[in-house]
Design a protein around this ligand. Sequence first.
Ligand SMILES: *Cc1c(COP(=O)(O)O)cnc(C)c1O
Length: 420
Amino acid sequence: MSGLYGIDDAFLSLAQDAALKAGPEWERAEDTRRHNYLKVLKAFQAAGVGDHHFAGTTGYGYGDLGREALESVYAEVFGTEGAIVRHQISSGTQAVSACLFGILLPGDELVVATGPPYDTVARVIGRSPGDVGSLREIGVRVKEVPLLPGGTPDLEAIEGAVGANTRAVLIQRSMGYSWRRALPVDEVGWIVEAVRRANDGAIIVVDNCYGEFVEKEEPGERGCDLVCGSLIKNPGGGIAPCGGYIAGKREYLDRVAARLTAPGQGAGIGPTLGLNRLLFQGFFMAPFVVSEAIKGAIFASWFLETLGFDTMPRPGDRRADSVQGILLGRPERLISFCHGIQAASPVNSMVLPEAGEMPGYGDKIVMGGGTFIQGASSELSVDAPLREPYACYLQGGVAWEQVALGVIMGVDRMRKDGLI
Ligand SMILES: *Cc1c(COP(=O)(O)O)cnc(C)c1O
């Protein structure tokens, strides 16, 4: 390795120690993978997935058998009545946005149960008049309940905030770009119980980005009404070229579909253009890819803690998403670390990432990761908004070895740049 990649020998021996320490923690990830793999396989068999489902439709996409079978596989695995799985959903943000605009009307109240939402979701809700087309603009009222200091949900405050007029409650599982822990599915279940006590009819929506297949259970199995995410994160298995999903109760899916396409047409249209096989295959691969990413993330937390950096989750912590937060503390280090991750990538390894503006984000962001699919974070990638506390968020990787190489090269790059 040191000859092949020019990495300092001292880092390699520290990395070897970290890999040894990470080993016992990997067993949990592999146990989860086995469970989820068998669950996914069973759902393919139950839906009778066949070659004929891989043919695509064009135009309106009426009667697309592959699309229908894929959506029934998603619903089965995520424990919901139905699902909408479409390549026309271009981002996780669009999936969350479709859910919220599908169920909220002017004058309705939304309670955000997990503190400040992810940057792009905050703009869907609307923080300022500059957020054109936001929920606030159409007159949705929003209350936000912060997480408790340890990052657990504040059940009492949630129960207090949800009233008779609350139409929907939003739960964000992953840490996003904030220094908070991800919510395990059983804690999502506690929120569901608290919300039901206060208002049995409130619609519970989960932003499940990065949460899929990290645990043996999914939020739909705990009674959440709508659960959504991106196919270029966990459930696409590194193979889906684009897309998003929304799984949940039929009556709410119908409303969401009416916003996603048009009232009356709903989920009945949407040509698949020959992409079905990739979405099926990606979903089939997803439990493996997620477990590799998590093994890489566990290694990263051990290795960076050894070097004196704070990580979230920390070594030994239970994991509820596939993201690894690393507190680097200085903007120059974020950029340098991203250069190392980029250099460890199979595509565009010669590119030097710079911080830039991104659609939907307020702060400048630097990203590293040369992926086959643009922006895919099922593949190894790192993002860092240039703001306090100067943390980066590492995720994905179809093989843990690549994550390890990326992290080692990131640290080595910071050393070469004189930053550590
Ligand atoms: C990634 C992510 C999203 C959606 O991001 P896109 O880049 O639009 O797919 C939403 N919420 C959270 C918590 C996320 O991590």
